[in-house]
Ligand binder design. Structure first.
Ligand code: UT7
Length: 349
């Protein structure tokens, strides 16, 4: 009989967390560069050349918050896999725009989905939130504690964007994406990940009001502290270096070359940052998932929204490198071996 620790070792190495379905939700309303020209002193030409963004989606209805989008993305993933919500063990939800500070949005999603056997929590890691959540979720599956975990990235950025500030309002959009993770022993799934934070320069990208440091008051309202603040240039420089380095790091330590990578799945903050990352990895732009033109920066939702858009082009065994950089600063990368052919799932309605 094998000793207990050897059995555990075998579980730790063979049992991976594979993505087995993807879902998404995007509000119908489009906010184009032309629309923004009417709100602030900007131009389609400036926005397109500096960021790659043409339009974003906006969830206008004030009664619909982040959980509304998250539930729809998660339900789509479950429907396509043909599973009931009661078969989910854990819900991890990445967001910087929770419906409220507490309870966590994961609790609201659990109730709305009717996921009666699941527990859950939110992860606050800005634009790296989905990547960090994926890594955390995988540990629960690899350890044998859980069979099925929903990882959701969802943000209603329009609620924290100042539409009089041309340096930020052109960047962000609303949306949600979800993946279902399931145990896999055939070599598919999340095979490696790297995560970093550096809180020294947190002021570069933050929303300073509303927490215990600057609780809501007439003064915080007047100073616009409940809006997202970004010092664009320094964040840009950090993001270019951080995302490119971490993508290279995960490739090197797994002996992956550009030829081995089917797709880079990058956080969609700026086309120029994505371009620099692809170049560092030695891959051409036709192997990069790009939808920034249509959705802008949806913060925690960018990576699963890419997976949703490209799912039909993926085959089992394809190597994906996910990479993200965001406020905190937070950044990281993941190597995922794709597990399924989208044609075998139920179609998207
Ligand atoms: O997702 C999380 C991480 N976030 C990021 O990765 C975003 C990183 N930062 C960026 O993507 C870029 O810094 C921005 C897209 C935000 C800005 O692009 P930039 O090339 O860094 O422009 P800048 O901030 O250096 O501004 C250049 C000029 C300035 O004018 P002056 O001072 O040169 O006269 C700005 O006032 O462009 C001006 N400007 C604009 N002009 C037209 C700034 N925003 C706009 C605008 N329209 N919307």
């Amino acid at each position: 009989m094998r000793p207990a620790n050897s059995t555990r070792q075998s579980i730790m190495t063979d049992r991976k967390a594979a993505i087995t379905a993807v879902g998404h939700y995007l509000p119908e309303e489009r906010l184009t560069n032309r629309d923004l020209e009417k709100l602030v002193d900007t131009s389609d030409e400036w926005i397109t050349s500096r960021t790659g963004i043409k339009e974003r989606r906006i969830l206008r209805d004030p009664d619909k918050a982040t959980s509304y989008m998250a539930v729809r993305a998660a339900q789509m993933a479950l429907d396509r896999r043909g599973l009931g919500a009661d078969e989910v063990d854990l819900i991890i939800l990445a967001t910087v725009t929770p419906d409220m500070l507490f309870p966590s949005t994961a609790c609201l999603v659990q109730a709305e989905l009717g996921a009666g056997n699941a527990w859950g929590f939110d992860v606050l890691a800005a634009c790296s939130g989905f990547l960090f959540s994926l890594s955390v979720a995988a540990r629960f599956i690899e350890s044998g504690k859980h069979e099925r975990v929903l990882v959701i990235g969802a943000d209603k950025m329009s609620t924290i964007v100042d539409y009089t500030d041309r340096t930020t309002c052109i960047l962000f959009g609303d949306g949600a994406g979800a993946v279902l993770l399931e145990a896999n022993t055939e070599g598919y799934g999340l095979l490696d990940s790297v995560e970093h934070v550096d809180g020294n320069d947190w002021q570069g990208l933050c929303m300073p009001g509303g927490g215990s440091l600057n609780p809501p008051s007439p003064a915080t309202l007047e100073k616009k502290m409940h809006y997202l603040f970004q010092d664009g240039q320094p964040v840009f420089k950090k993001a270019v270096v951080g995302m490119a380095r971490v993508a290279e790091e995960i490739m090197k330590r797994n002996n992956l070359t550009g030829d081995d990578v089917r797709y880079l799945v990058p956080h969609q903050a700026n086309l120029r940052i994505i371009d620099a990352t692809a170049r560092r990895m030695g891959i051409s732009m036709d192997k990069v998932m790009l939808n920034i033109e249509r959705y802008g920066n949806t913060t925690a939702a960018t990576l699963p929204l890419c997976l949703a858009d490209w799912e039909h082009e993926l085959a089992p065994g394809d190597n994906l490198v996910l990479a993200a950089f965001g406020g905190g600063y937070t950044w990281g990368a993941a190597w995922v071996k794709w597990a399924y052919d989208a044609a075998t799932l139920k179609p998207v309605h």
